[in-house]
Ligand binder design. Structure first.
Ligand SMILES: [Zn+2]
Ligand SMILES: [Zn+2]
Ligand SMILES: [Zn+2]
Length: 144
């Protein structure tokens, strides 16, 4: 399984453009929150996002929740349930699946999809999500 890395610069400019189209200004606050999301491989809780962004800029917890909500709605972030907690990760807008480390919450994307051509009978599938849970390379080393 090959992990595809996000093109962060491209992602960032696409996100700016979408926010602009939505009439949402890219404030210093939002900039700081987005910078955190762009520089981590981990899926974060809104609280974690808020705390990390707080180090460089005064942000509100409500703003953290709101940017996550907007990013998820426009398809640039996804929610992943890890050990009973809702976490969010910045995502490529193209179709992909996730490998999720349940120990450090690192999430890798992979684009290979074997589900499109399957026979679903009379059911008409419109979308799907795949999350493979396990331990990343680093966490495997750490626990052995
Ligand atoms: Zn993703
Ligand atoms: Zn890990
Ligand atoms: Zn797929």
């Amino acid at each position: 399984m090959t992990a595809s890395n996000r093109d962060d610069e491209k992602l960032k400019s696409e996100i700016r453009l979408r926010f602009h189209q939505l009439g949402q200004r890219f404030t210093q606050e939002r900039e700081a929150l987005l910078a955190v999301l762009l520089t981590t491989d981990r899926a974060l809780t809104p609280q974690e996002l808020y705390e990390a962004a707080q180090k460089s800029e005064t942000v509100g917890l409500t703003t953290a929740y709101r940017i996550i909500e907007t990013l998820t709605r426009i398809g640039f972030a996804q929610v992943i349930l890890i050990n009973g907690e809702l976490r969010y990760r910045l995502c490529s807008p193209t179709h992909h699946h996730h490998m999720v480390c349940t120990q450090c919450q690192k999430v890798e994307e992979f684009a290979e999809c074997q589900l499109e051509g399957l026979d679903y009978g009379s059911f008409h599938p419109t979308s799907h999500r795949v999350e493979i849970f396990g331990l990343c390379e680093q966490c495997q080393k750490g626990s052995s």
